[in-house]
Design a protein around this ligand. Structure first.
Ligand code: ADP
Ligand code: MG
Length: 366
């Protein structure tokens, strides 16, 4: 089931009583979630991810715009009638019910033509439980489960009605690092097995990159960029997106273009054909540096951190907008750690230029 969002906007009266006014939580969001895919909604806290999800679910009504499930306009439809499954950050299980009763609960509320027999409900509940691998725990209470297991129950409960669309709002935030990794792989597997169109909200770029078919990057209610994770990483449309994706984070410098050459400080570090003279912000991925004795870009060497296959070279430069520059290079590189400086050449496709004022991308030929 494809989900089409047309010019979705949500305006709230501000919660701040002093300043008053309005908050545009989501601003003119237009995007079609492809049928059967997992889409990651990514952005910092407060950028409108949850509000978008709640509008898709029907829990919140858009101020303007429309939502279609397939060809059906669901904008005015109540959440119960949309055929959605919702999972929140805090598992929100009924504490006094067993796992089985929790999963059965949504089915017991079905009315009319959807009403099921006891046996049908049980079969469905066990099917959902098997999918998330908790079918051995059906008679336990939530308090007797780990956080990861509780979240699986919540997912099973969301899946049991066989929703048309599965909506997950930061579902892994309450789990510890190891469980988070494992559960995200599980969610990916379940999504692939069921083929349910899924929206996965997260502020964690790594999580979004690893799990999504497509990512939507948001900032202050506005969609910044949409695309496959790798494409966005390789081709960020503005400085915000470049900075939001990637670990270690991208290295950012003030720079200038003069005579089709890019300067960082005094160093002419790259040919940038077709770019007019102007002040720019330069962003370089950690893997964009080549350590070279006579490299074009001179930095002050701080230290070298060994990470096994790679080493992380930590250096400094007066033009850097980050406290330190972090480059990742192959461990085979011979780096003189006693030297005060380190010189780099740059990989052109790992270097992005942005207008110093608008922070929009400036493209150049390599
Ligand atoms: P996210 O999920 O990305 O953290 P939200 O969608 O929860 O962001 O919120 C987006 C913006 O809308 C924030 O500025 C938030 O304070 C505001 N907001 C969300 N819900 C309400 C509400 N019910 N009333 C007023 N403002 C709200
Ligand atoms: Mg949220």
């Amino acid at each position: 089931m494809k989900v089409e969002l047309q010019n979705l906007t949500k305006i709230f009266p501000s919660r701040n009583k002093k300043t008053g006014g309005e908050v545009i939580a989501v601003n003119d969001f237009t995007y079609t979630i492809p049928d059967g895919k997992l889409v990651g909604l990514l952005g910092p806290s407060g950028c409108g991810k949850s509000t978008t999800l709640y509008m898709i679910s029907g829990l919140q009504k858009p101020s303007s715009g429309k939502i279609f499930f397939g060809e059906e306009d669901v904008t005015e439809l109540s959440p119960e009638n949309r055929g959605i499954g919702l999972v929140f950050q805090n598992y929100a299980l009924y504490p006094h019910m067993t796992v089985k009763q929790n999963i059965l609960f949504p089915l017991q509320n079905l009315r009319g033509a959807d009403k099921m027999t006891k046996q049908q409900m049980l079969d469905r509940a066990y099917e959902a439980a098997k999918l998330v691998q908790i079918d051995e725990l059906m008679d336990r209470k939530p308090s007797e489960l780990s956080g990861g297991q509780q979240q699986r129950v919540a997912i099973a409960r969301a899946l049991v009605k066989m929703p048309r669309v599965l909506l997950l709002d930061e579902p892994l935030s309450n789990l510890d690092a190891r469980l988070r990794l494992q559960t995200r792989e599980e969610i990916r597997r379940i999504q692939k097995e069921t083929g349910i169109t899924t929206v996965f909200v997260t502020h964690d770029q790594e999580e979004a990159m690893s799990i999504s078919d497509e990512i939507v990057v948001m900032k202050l209610g506005v969609v910044q960029q949409v695309g496959k994770p790798q494409d966005i990483y390789d081709n960020p449309t503005n400085l915000f997106v470049a900075k939001f994706l990637g670990t270690p984070p991208i290295n950012v410098f003030t720079g200038k273009v003069e005579g089709e050459k890019l300067y960082i400080g005094e160093n002419a570090v790259l040919d940038v054909k077709g770019v007019e003279d102007k002040a720019v912000t330069v962003a370089i991925r950690p893997e964009g540096f080549i350590v070279k004795e006579n490299g074009a870009f001179e930095c002050q060497l701080s230290n070298v951190e060994v990470m096994g296959r790679d080493v992380s070279v930590v250096s400094r430069n007066a033009a850097s907008l980050n406290p330190v520059i972090r480059s990742i290079v192959d461990a085979d590189n011979k780096i003189d750690v006693t030297s005060a400086t380190v010189r780099y050449d740059l990989k052109p496709h790992k270097v992005f230029l942005f207008d110093a004022e608008t922070e929009e991308r400036i493209y150049f030929e390599v």
